[in-house]
Design a protein around this ligand. Structure first.
Ligand code: ADP
Length: 376
């Protein structure tokens, strides 16, 4: 027999809030309960100031649910209760300005960050995270102050790709210090929950976690923040594109993905919420044999460039399918930092140049307070 919501709530209802007289269910602290084939996820909403000392409460809640028959895994996260419970209104299509995310008219979620750029894809497995990581590192190599937010909450891969282990600290109990490696500050749900934990989140919970990672992390002053988006173009992605103040989006796609029109869905999603698409990157574009150097167009390369032209979107560049890219990105030593003089690093740096030029143009036009120039 699989476990039911009411059994879970009954178990959680026996846990008292250590600072209050009631249990955590009666206090309305349990949010976003998800039950899926014996895997349970929920958040415990607490006042931000209490977050730091409530880890034992989170653990106790997980343990209580784990003890129920039929439960395979439990993921409980503490999320900060918002003072203002009203949701920020989504940015209406056509409302702009998307030129500067924390610019006039944009939201001040992360005031020290000049521009936030999403790296997105129409579906999973196209190399979005690899591209996001190498792009962030290439921007840092230009001397920019760069942060990376792993918003791929369903399958966070940045801790592994950036070669960062451990947990972020919170010196004041209110904000988290981001993790960092290779000169890039990094924050990921993967630092907060172990990698093998099944990630079952519902939309509101995902947004809560994401907004917290933007708002409650001491990012400091950054020129640009790269957001590794969850793959796909569903509701969660759309909400994210609306609620995170984005300067623009980079779409990563493979040649076959282009053929299947998945990339086009990604493009349309950002257009719907008035976020400028900075361009398309064709990943796994062609294959170079590591033995003989022979170049092979396995998937019929070049589709992205043509598709970008057709859609009136810039083409940012192509990255070959190469074992060195896979080994370095999966090994926590991305190719831009481990083989900075190689061809692949050069290709990523060229893409970074184009992206930065577009972001800068957007920032300038936002500062000028004139009519917004859509950078496309
Ligand atoms: P996504 O974020 O789209 O799911 P990842 O970046 O995690 O995709 O990439 C999926 C797999 O493909 C990873 O093992 C990664 O190392 C590998 N990969 C990505 N880009 C390339 C490339 N250009 N050449 C070789 N392997 C790649």
């Amino acid at each position: 027999m699989s476990v039911t919501e009411s059994q879970i709530l009954a178990a959680l209802g026996k846990i008292p809030d250590p600072d209050k007289r009631q249990d955590i269910v009666s206090l309305g602290m349990i949010q976003g309960l998800v039950v899926k084939d014996g895997h349970i996820g929920f958040s415990i909403e607490v006042e931000a100031a209490r977050g730091a000392h409530l880890e034992p409460l989170r653990k106790a809640a997980e343990k209580a649910v784990e003890a129920l028959p039929g439960v395979l895994s439990v993921t409980a996260v503490l999320t900060a209760q918002k003072k203002d419970t009203a949701k920020a209104p989504p940015r209406a299509p056509g409302a702009g300005p998307a030129g500067g995310p924390n610019s006039p008219g944009g939201k001040q979620l992360v005031p020290g960050v000049k521009a936030i750029v999403a790296v997105a894809s129409g579906k999973g497995g196209v190399g979005k995270s690899t591209t996001a990581t190498n792009l962030a590192l290439a921007l840092a190599a230009k001397g920019l102050k760069v942060g990376m937010l792993d918003a791929d909450i369903y399958g966070p891969s940045q801790p592994r790709m950036m070669g960062i282990a451990g947990r972020p600290h919170s010196p004041d109990g209110k904000t988290l210090t981001p993790m960092a490696n290779y000169g890039v500050k990094c924050m990921s749900m993967g630092f907060l929950v172990p990698e093998d934990t099944p990630m079952i989140w519902r939309g509101p919970m995902v947004m809560g976690a994401l907004e917290q990672m933007l708002r409650d992390v001491a990012w400091g002053e950054l020129d640009v923040m790269i957001v590794d988006m969850p793959p796909g173009t569903g509701d969660a992605q759309l909400t994210m594109a609306q609620r995170v103040p984005l300067a623009g989006a980079v779409i990563v796609s493979t040649p076959q993905d282009i053929a299947l029109l998945d990339a086009r869905k990604g493009l349309n999603m950002f257009r719907k919420v008035d976020v400028p698409v900075l361009g398309i990157v064709e990943n796994m574009s062609y294959h170079i044999c590591s033995n003989c150097g022979h170049r092979e167009e396995i998937f019929g390369h070049g589709g992205a460039r043509k598709e970008a032209e057709k859609l009136g979107t810039p083409f940012l560049g192509e990255i070959p399918l190469h074992i060195a890219i896979r080994e370095t990105s999966d090994g926590g030593t991305p190719i831009v930092v481990s083989q900075p003089d190689g061809e692949h690093a050069k290709a990523y740096r060229a893409i970074a140049e184009k992206v930065w030029a577009k972001v800068e143009a957007g920032l300038k036009s936002a500062r000028a307070e004139g009519p917004r120039i859509v950078i496309q």
